[in-house]
Ligand binder design. Sequence first.
Ligand code: FRU
Length: 555
Amino acid sequence: MRNLKQILGIFLMMLYAVSLSASERTIQISKHYLNLPIVEEGTQHKLTFSENGKLLTWCRIRLARKGETPTYWMFYDVRASQGKTVTLTYEGEADCLEGITQSDEWKGEKETYTEAYRPQFHYSARRGWINDPNGLVYYDGEYHLFYQHNPFGVEWGNLNWGHAVSTDLIHWKELPEALEIDETGEMYSGSAVIDYENVSGLGSKENPAMLAFYTLQGQHGQVQCLAYSLDKGRTWTKYGKNPIIDTAMKGGTWHNRDPKVFWYAPDKHWVMVLHEKDGHSIYTSTNLIDWTYESHTPGFWECPELFELPVDGNPSHTKWVMSGASGTYMIGTFDGKRFTPESGKYYYSTGYLYAPQTFNNIPASDGRRIQISWGSIRHNGMPFTGMMLLPVELKLVTAKDGIRLTALPVKEVEQLLTPVLKADSLTMGEANKMLEGIDTGKSICVKATIRLTHPTKAGVELDGNQIVDYDMNFNRINGIPYSPDDFTSMRLTFDLYIDRNSIEAFFDGGRYSFSNDRKAPAGIRNLKFWSLEELVVESLEVYTIRSIWQAQAAE
Ligand code: FRU
């Protein structure tokens, strides 16, 4: 009996395997997009896109079966395959391929950027999951934001480099994927530089190459690769002799990733900071292709950063900042080959910030150290997940306890602000009276300085939820230890940026910030100060924040 059951089991498994053997559909491409119906539940299967026998990309996806209602639609951009034949091969149920449609619009395009939880002044992808910003670089009037992107689902996986450009760091235009998954594996995080001197030989001095350094997550672990673009990041060629660094060869681990490359002027060489196992390693190169290992600093996880900043704006007194994916950082010196920490490890931001990266090639006339971080915020029921936090300018300041990093939104954000009210020296009652008219259904910025009369608790409430809870007794903001430099002043200064689904708060000139999700209204819509004892609102400014998507939503 048992044997019979076993035989039947094997037979059924074989039947299932046969029914799931890859099915194929060939489409003559005449429109811009292939619309892909996705269901949330079930097993993912491999879907391969190839053009005239050449692999375009592949992903793991849950295509809806015939007659099944999709949870949402994703799309694959086939504008580059016009007039050609694209073959889809799916390792799931055969009828799934039938639901894919070809169209000049992606499903839901008209509603894109106006959806209920669409971030209104933060970057998010039209469709799919995003995580780390990658390859932040300025070139020829454009800021490039590449990022970890799953265009085929709302969860982490299928990692490509998505791409958006902006001329002002605020309004972004999403472009087709920059680096797509290929036969070697997935495109993990990394950075980009402009090779003006053409030391790589991949471009020319007249038309310098944009180089992208990325981690290839392949079958044999993580190796570092190079791709280049000669048309301002629009199309990319993967370097023929990848990988350029294979740490597995020197007994590496599965954790070798996220190369951040920059130019080190004093020694005229390129530097790569690479996360390896227990910290960040330094490699150097003169041609951006051959790299030499130099040193290692333990104590950081993923997404390395290393940059120099003047202290208190003094160009003859600089320090180097090394950080990891959480944004926690050490201050020290760097001689082009080795980072020497001089401080402990500090934080300037908590909450949803992850994988911060700073721009390369910001013009010297600008000189700012501009950073974008992933805001790992989910947007319930939306066909996209995650967003980028506001771009911030980083500075080093001398605080009472030593040198510290500050982060404040770049000045370009101000173009989105429309003043609604401005007042000084108010009692809490007066301030709250003024705030009564504020429509919290809109995106709002609140800038305020409060002075507590007793070292207890005070803060801000939004829609019935406490969004700022400053506890002077315990030195905490929303439970996180924070102590203003000028503690005895009894003051706290803050700028709050309130989006549909998130809140970013910057305290005391950027000494501390947090990013949080925005809770659903707790039965009421309001914006007000609260305090255990009497509170003085020394200054108060409220603005509405314009959507960065207005132009595109109307397109
Ligand atoms: C950080 C990270 C990186 C990696 C990428 C993969 O969020 O784990 O280390 O390259 O995400 O998506």
